[in-house]
Design a protein around this ligand. Structure first.
Ligand SMILES: [Ca+2]
Ligand SMILES: [Ca+2]
Length: 492
């Protein structure tokens, strides 16, 4: 019986974290103190934020003093990756600690309550509620307010408008179908935007006396499109001063047609050709910078409120984004690709016992957050979770980490990120390999380099055999996957 149990632990890859918990219980009295007190959790989600924050240096002009301040008080993960470069599946994965390839949630639908496998995992706020926590949430944490009503009605407050301020008429000249694809400034005060209201709501929660520990989720909408923010945030980035992302000519010449089709076909974003020929690249980059600085200011209000209260001494703060964003790199806009621009996300964790101002470049994943928070809170791990607790890194400064980070777009398309490489395997058997240390922009596909065949094989072996069929239908992600499978090529 005991052998069977241990075997099942090995199969589920949780033996390592069990060992670590045991180690801490025996050896680390400071962690034991935390376990007894039950810490608070403040989870801050920023929608569609890539590595363009000050401390990650993704764009040289970006000003994010508040996110940078949080990084100075904790650990910044510089190689953190989402499990899907699309809002809904990334959030479903993060809240259940299950990969899309296990749940079938690959695209904008279905909500996680319509995946049998997802329902086997207790979503994070529910688990903390069951453990006796006060649970609060606002804004965008799960993807779809309407469809994920099972969770959202239970815990969430209002802020029903989506994606922040919308202009009554389109500000930009882009005449695409999607109303969301718009950019520019609005002559409004910060307080008129949902993100500011969400920040103020969280400030109130943090100002109250709590008898019980709390789990507080704060889901900001920006910088998700539309890239619209109050004018003052645009004023700090004069249009003529804006630097464009670095690109090289012919970057797409060493990737397959399947890869291009999968990542570009049917996207509601403007094509790169449209952006360049209409002279909008600088304006779009400026708008993204403005929206990020705006949301950074809202993050700052929440952090200030925490720091004003006694809770700061017993609260873990986690800031993350659901996926990255292309702003012209690889001649592409928005998300839904397996390259760095889509999969790499900011992840900062601070709190009791965590070193301040450190960075970690080990490959970690958003679905690691849930098991991490359980361990930090002294709660039992859940064998269904597919993520790995980051506590060995946070508390012990682990430099050995046997895991890779995995992202997928539909069954059969995977990115595997290790400390040194990104390997991408597509369902038509084409592949890419990038040296993430010497080629951080992922310009040079090394897949045909014979000297790297062992590296390629090592990464290929990390691709799971399990491939849940695609659930849901009809979204652009579903269509793009289907087009690629049929060999229908990107028209742009
Ligand atoms: Ca998103
Ligand atoms: Ca290239």
């Amino acid at each position: 019986m005991a052998i069977k149990f241990l075997k099942s632990l090995f199969e589920k890859k949780i033996f390592f974290s069990i060992v670590i918990i045991t180690f801490f219980n025996n050896c680390d009295s400071s962690v034991n103190n935390v376990l007894i007190k039950k810490p608070n959790i403040l989870l801050i989600s920023v929608d569609d934020l890539n590595d363009w924050i000050g401390v990650m240096g993704g764009h040289p002009q970006m000003q994010t003093p508040n996110i940078d301040r949080l990084a100075s008080k904790g650990i910044l993960f510089t190689n953190a990756n989402c499990q899907s470069p699309v809002c809904n599946p990334s959030r479903a994965s993060m809240m259940t600690s299950l990969y899309p390839s296990s749940t079938g949630i690959y695209f904008l639908n279905p909500p996680l309550e319509r995946s049998d496998k997802s329902l086997e995992s207790t979503v994070m706020p529910q688990r903390f509620f069951e453990e006796g926590y006060d649970v609060f949430g606002a804004g965008k944490l799960f993807h779809n307010k309407k469809e994920n009503k099972k969770y959202i009605n239970k815990y969430w407050d209002g802020f029903g408008k989506w994606f922040g301020p919308l202009s009554e008429k389109k500000i930009s000249d882009f005449d695409g179908d999607a109303r969301l694809w718009d950019w520019g400034s609005l002559d409004i005060e910060d307080e008129e935007s949902e993100d500011c209201q969400i920040a103020n709501w969280a400030v109130n929660i943090l100002s109250e006396d709590n008898k019980k520990p709390f789990w507080l989720g704060v889901g900001f909408f920006k910088p998700h499109v539309p890239f619209i923010a109050p004018k003052k945030w645009f004023d700090q980035y004069p249009l003529e001063s804006i630097q464009l992302p670095e690109i090289i000519d012919g970057d797409l010449n060493d990737i397959s047609e399947y890869a291009k089709s999968l990542s570009r076909y049917g996207h509601v974003a403007p094509s790169h050709k449209w952006v360049v020929s209409n002279n909008q690249w600088r304006s779009l980059v400026r708008s993204y910078l403005a929206c990020v600085s705006f949301v950074d200011d809202q993050v700052g209000k929440v952090l200030d409120a925490l720091e004003r209260s006694d809770k700061v001494h017993n609260t873990y703060v986690i800031l993350y984004s659901d996926h990255g964003f292309h702003l012209g790199e690889k001649e592409k806009w928005a998300k839904r690709s397996l390259w760095k621009n889509s999969t790499k996300v900011p992840l900062i964790i601070s709190g009791p016992g965590i070193p301040k101002g450190k960075t970690c470049d080990l490959p970690v994943q958003l679905l690691d957050i849930y098991p991490t928070l359980l361990e930090l809170s002294g709660l039992a791990s859940d064998p269904i979770h597919q993520g790995n607790s980051l506590v060995p890194i946070l508390k012990k400064g682990a430099i050995e980490w046997p895991y890779v980070a995995r992202t997928s777009i539909g069954p059969g398309n995977y990115s595997i990120v290790s400390k040194n490489y990104r390997f991408i395997q597509y369902n038509d058997n084409t592949a890419e390999l990038y040296d993430r240390i010497n080629d951080p922009n992922e310009w040079y596909n090394l897949i045909n380099n014979p000297d790297l065949s062992d590296v390629i094989e090592e990464h290929r072996n990390k691709i799971p055999n399990q491939r849940h069929e695609i659930l849901g239908d009809g979204s652009l992600g579903h269509e793009s996957y289907s087009f690629s499978e049929k060999g229908i090529l990107d028209p742009n």
